[in-house]
Design a binder for this molecule. Structure first.
Ligand code: DGL
Length: 274
């Protein structure tokens, strides 16, 4: 039975979910967060659906065992493969994240939108259903972008290899005349500076962090699970599989996206069972 003072669990295959965590922390200032990055098993986007389901299930259990009152799947790949299954199994609310094709289709003036996501997301039935429901009459250029998340995991957000991959993946989208670009993987907002530079000012980038934070707030509120009292501490606990290798990068990325004080408070980094 979850309580309002319990932490909110957040998971991703790796560090990409930190882009969502940042929005969650801003929108839910009184909550504690437990973030799990499965860095030892990245990328999920190139793995089988069964593998992604198993990892998402194992990490969700880990979070719930540590007292999470809700689980935010800060990963499009995990949501596409496992959200429905977890919602049936878990005793706490499960909030997922999907490529923002609905707002992109509503906002486009050129009638063309681009979507960058992992292969597992772009090939999922859930993604196909999103397009069928929300993108009638709009041309959608979908590009699976293997290799990009690895750039983010390495902390290489602007280097030549990252630029080469982005130029390659964005070319068909830009050639088609897209004016909306959906970042359909939570790692990609970390590349938004370089993406915006390559895409130019005529292309709007859609990031999902804030909408997911708003949905999470509403779900917690509806269930009476929102912490209405004093801010709880520690504000953030991070758990990462493959900790030795990834802890320094995780700390760097937290420092780049949070205040130094919050990064410092991130403190505890534990091993996930692998
Ligand atoms: N960050 C993840 C997503 O939103 C997955 C990246 C990966 O592990 O391939 O899809």
């Amino acid at each position: 039975m979850p309580y309002a003072h319990d932490p909110v669990g957040v998971l991703d295959s790796g560090l990409g979910g930190l882009s969502v965590l940042k929005a969650l922390m801003a929108e839910l200032p009184c909550e504690r967060f437990l973030y799990c990055a499965d860095c030892a098993h990245t990328p999920w986007g190139d793995k089988s659906e069964a593998f992604v389901v198993e990892r998402t299930r194992a990490i969700s259990r880990f979070l719930i065992d540590r007292g999470a009152k809700a689980v935010v799947l800060a990963c499009n790949t995990a949501t596409a493969a496992a959200a429905d299954i977890l919602r049936r199994e878990a005793a706490v609310p499960v909030i997922g994240i999907e490529p923002a094709v609905k707002p992109a289709a509503a906002q486009t003036r050129s009638g063309v939108i681009g979507v960058l996501a992992t292969r597992r997301t772009t090939e999922s039935a859930r993604y196909r259903s999103l397009l069928e429901r929300f993108c009638r009459g709009v041309r959608v250029v979908t590009v699976a972008a293997p290799g990009l998340m690895e750039c983010v995991e390495r902390g290489d957000l602007t280097g030549p290899e990252t630029r080469r991959l982005l130029e390659k993946y964005l070319a068909p989208i830009l050639q088609a005349g897209a004016d909306q670009l959906v970042l359909g993987c939570t790692h990609y907002p970390f590349l938004s500076g370089l993406i915006a530079e390559i895409a130019g000012p005529g292309v709007a980038l859609l990031e999902p962090g804030r909408p997911v934070a708003l949905v999470t707030r509403r779900r917690l509120q509806d269930l009476g699970l929102l912490n209405a009292g004093e801010p709880l501490s520690p504000r953030l606990t991070c758990c990462v599989s493959g900790a030795e290798k990834h802890a320094p990068i995780l700390n760097r990325m937290l420092a780049g996206n949070f205040t130094a004080a919050e990064a410092f408070a991130a403190g505890e980094i534990a091993e996930l069972p692998v």
